[in-house]
Design a binder for this molecule. Structure first.
Ligand SMILES: N[C@@H](CC(=O)c1ccccc1NC=O)C(=O)O
Length: 285
């Protein structure tokens, strides 16, 4: 592949068929609006620190009439490790909260402030913090979009011995993710991210899939949007096969008519196919 082809493959906005001027701007507006709606409609704990760093905070969305214990979904936002924040990442909360499930939107330090390895550590710490702090948690799930699906996949292969707790993660929903950082290193994304070969090697879930072997497995859903690029489809399929080969329970979903961005945006809606799959998986069907 030429450099130009590679950059196109890793420019999700170029594959959207939506006739809007700037699909990323539309994405940020949609997720921001839906996050505000969720904050107005649910009980929240905003800016909960999970670490000492300024950027290490969670926004938690709680069920209105909670049962004694209830599931928690940690949402890890995308944005190529350099965009977005928890401020626009509560958009999936409403349908979950309606069904008695809490959502926590995780902030981490995006580049250039943050480095990839630190982002991985921060997201892991946020999971450890939540299970230690919140005694109301029945089960923990991860939900990540794009770069956030990469970080969620990195959480799955964590060696928890350096943490005070081993979170029992029941499931992970990985949406339009990146699982092999090698091609990313050769694109414009790396102008800000500055990852090298070593970072790629130790932070690519595809290269680490063998680390899943022998670990207590959880259910992993790998979803990709129909209008994601062929490279995104390839990465999702390869990670799906790697997770399955490691003996974990994995499923693959190619979501019709969606692009890289509205595949996540629509999670604000209860009748969206991916929302339904997530609700069914959590309620044990
Ligand atoms: N420069 C990218 C931007 C991008 O991929 C992106 C933007 C907002 C939210 C998620 C994104 N993708 C992965 O994290 C593009 O061309 O679409």
């Amino acid at each position: 592949m030429t450099k130009e082809e590679l950059e196109t493959q890793y420019s999700p906005s170029k594959w959207s068929l939506r006739r809007v001027k700037d699909v990323i701007e539309v994405h940020i507006q949609a997720t921001s609006d839906a996050t505000h709606n969720a904050q107005a409609a649910t009980k929240t704990l905003l800016n909960v620190p999970y670490g000492l760093g300024e950027g290490e905070k969670l926004d938690v969305y709680l069920p209105k009439e909670p049962s004694q214990t209830f599931p928690l979904v940690l949402y890890i936002h995308g944005g190529y490790w350099q965009l977005l924040s928890k401020e626009v990442s509560g958009f999936a909360a409403r349908p979950l909260v309606t069904h008695g499930i809490a959502l926590a939107a995780v902030d981490y330090d995006v580049a250039p402030k943050g480095q990839l390895e630190e982002m991985v550590r921060q997201v892991r710490r946020s999971v450890a913090f939540a299970v230690q702090q919140y005694t109301w948690i029945s089960d923990v799930y991860l939900l990540g979009h794009s770069a956030g699906a990469h970080l969620a996949a990195m959480v799955l292969s964590t060696d928890w011995t350096e943490f005070d707790v081993v979170p029992n993660i029941k499931g992970a929903f990985l949406v339009s993710g990146v699982y092999d950082l090698e091609p990313i290193m050769h694109t414009y994304v790396n102008d800000v991210l500055h990852i090298n070969r070593e970072v790629v090697q130790s932070n690519s879930p595809l290269q680490r899939a063998h680390k899943l072997e022998g670990k207590k497995g959880c259910r992993v859903l790998i979803a990709v949007a129909q209008h994601d690029s062929p490279e995104f489809h390839r990465q999702s399929w390869e990670y799906f096969e790697a997770v399955r080969s490691a003996g974990w329970s994995a499923s693959f979903l190619d979501i019709a008519d969606r692009d890289h961005f509205d595949v996540a945006e629509k999670l604000s809606q209860e009748d969206y196919v991916l929302t339904q799959v997530i609700l069914n998986m959590i309620s044990g069907e």
